[in-house]
Write a protein that binds this ligand. Structure first.
Ligand SMILES: Cc1cc2nc3c(=O)[nH]c(=O)nc-3n(C[C@H](O)[C@H](O)[C@H](O)COP(=O)(O)OP(=O)(O)OC[C@H]3O[C@@H](n4cnc5c(N)ncnc54)[C@H](O)[C@@H]3O)c2cc1C
Length: 456
């Protein structure tokens, strides 16, 4: 078996080692240790929170508060590909809506890439950002049909997509795509925000938010942060937002294996449709991702991880890390970005394309906070209610309940967030909540929210 290697890779930041942890920069961690007042409180310092803080840094009185350390949420385990060629997302959106909505989504992603490049270039951020063709391939008839439809739309929109010869199905490549190191990017964004005297508090989980007349009070480390506005950049909110999650989305977990070799092939690809097979290179490393599934439906991490190793035919001796990651998939494949309550904003549901969507969300939300127009605010309105989101509701509730009762029999440990039973993940040596993806060390220490306290 191939797992003992992974156990060796623990860090003092958390549970395991992701490929990007090696780039993490030591810095002084400042916790919330007094009552604070600000205009805009941003909760969460991943790609979304840090980009939002960047866009607002010169124009608003903001405060950024992070439960652990910046970048250590979902962003820590991403593969960080940046492209408008996102497997077959336009085809999926066309199935739910029409080609006009898919076209608008395309323009939003293109704009997000422009913003990201602009930030990197103007701030001279050194984050291994480089051009690298994005390939998408399909082998099954249904997926080939969808991929061909996707490519037809992208070509109509002006993308220079190349057809690549292959014996196993069809494959297309888009040269105008990129990869980067997200932690190096956040290291430098952190320095820029600090230079601008933006307060960034870490190891400070917000545990409760109250509304008091026309402002919010957030509770953290025994202190209060009073603000006029709140941006929830915390991936999965720690309190119940009944009408948004989970009834319009689900959490998708994927397994990632990092291997090292002197002759890594420098290509990035993803499969169209299921099962997902995705790969990218970083220096001498190959990051292979697969076995993506609804978090609540498959608990055998050893088997799932092993499947990825076999699918990519990885040499046991070349494997240096294995871990997993979870992202929110919305039933209509559009993110949730915008206002959900008076002066409260949310940005999540990126359907595993968060490098572009986090920048987009940061731009939309900062424009809303600064009373500026933004073309995409209606498209991604988190309160949208339509037949595409509602159609999936009964099936999702049924499967969530089925899985809840199944899990109840499996595990003795309970998540302090909403009482779901925790599942042991032997690959990362942690307990995991199959309902909302909170993570705990073996001795019950909280590693990742939405839970805000340790489990017993
Ligand atoms: C397997 C996988 C591969 C992916 N690959 C790609 C890719 O190649 N390209 C791409 O574009 N996207 C990719 N994504 C998607 C992308 O990684 C995510 O969408 C993105 O990183 C989300 O960023 P975020 O800032 O919204 O969330 P996070 O990075 O999770 O940041 C949220 C932060 O909020 C903090 N927080 C949570 N609760 C609290 C609280 N109560 N108080 C204070 N702070 C709190 C957390 O600690 C965390 O740091 C991938 C996703 C997965 C699962």
């Amino acid at each position: 078996m191939k797992f003992k290697i992974c156990y060796l890779s623990h860090t003092n930041i958390g549970d395991f080692m992701s490929i990007w942890d090696k780039s993490y920069r030591e810095h002084e961690v400042i916790k919330v240790s007094k009552n604070i007042t600000c205009d805009v409180l941003i909760i969460g310092a991943g790609m979304t929170g840090m980009n939002t803080a960047y866009f607002l840094s010169d124009k608003a009185d903001i405060c950024l508060v992070e439960a652990r350390q910046y970048g250590m949420g979902i962003t820590r385990n991403t593969t960080a590909k940046v492209t408008v060629f996102q497997d077959i997302i336009y085809s999926k959106i066309m199935d739910k809506y029409n080609s006009l909505v898919a076209t608008n989504y395309f323009h939003s992603q293109k704009e997000a890439i422009t913003f990201l490049r602009k930030i990197i270039e103007s701030e001279k951020i050194s984050c291994d950002f480089e051009r690298s063709t994005a390939y998408v391939f399909a082998t099954k008839n249904n997926d080939i049909f969808k991929l061909n439809r996707e490519v037809k739309l992208l070509k109509q929109l002006g993308c220079d997509i190349q057809n690549i010869r292959t014996e196993i199905g069809v494959c297309y490549g888009l040269e105008e795509s990129f990869v980067f190191n997200p932690i190096k990017y956040l290291n430098e964004l952190y320095d820029i925000l600090k230079m601008k005297n933006i307060p960034i508090y870490e190891n400070s989980p917000i545990t409760k938010i109250e509304r008091d007349n026309d402002h919010y009070i957030a509770h953290v480390n025994g202190y209060k942060i009073t603000s006029n506005k709140i941006v929830l950049a915390c991936h999965y909110p720690f309190f119940v937002l009944g009408y948004i999650l989970p009834i319009r989305s689900y959490l998708e977990k994927s397994h990632i294996i990092v291997s090292e070799s002197d002759n890594i092939s420098k290509i990035n690809y993803i499969s169209a449709g299921m099962p997902i097979m995705s790969s990218r290179y970083y220096k001498n490393f190959k990051i292979s991702l697969g076995k993506s599934h609804n978090l609540a439906f498959s608990f055998d991490d050893k088997k799932n991880s092993s499947k990825v190793t076999d699918t990519f035919d990885l040499e046991e001796s070349s494997i240096i890390d294995c871990y997993s990651n979870v992202d929110l998939i919305t039933f209509d494949y559009l993110p949730f970005i915008g206002k959900i309550k008076p002066n409260m904003f949310i940005a999540t549901g990126y359907n595993t394309w968060g490098m572009t969507n986090s920048v987009l969300a940061a731009k939309i939300i900062s424009d809303m906070l600064l009373d500026r127009e933004n073309t995409y605010r209606r498209l991604f309105d988190p309160k949208r209610l339509n037949i595409n989101l509602l159609k999936c509701l009964p099936r999702n509730i049924f499967s969530q309940l089925k899985s809840y009762f199944h899990i109840s029999k499996l595990s003795p440990k309970t998540c302090p967030h909403m009482g779901c039973k925790l599942i042991y993940n032997p690959i990362e040596d942690i307990y995991e909540c199959p309902c909302h993806s909170s993570r705990f060390s073996k001795d019950g220490k909280l590693l990742k929210g939405p839970a805000t306290k340790d489990c017993e």
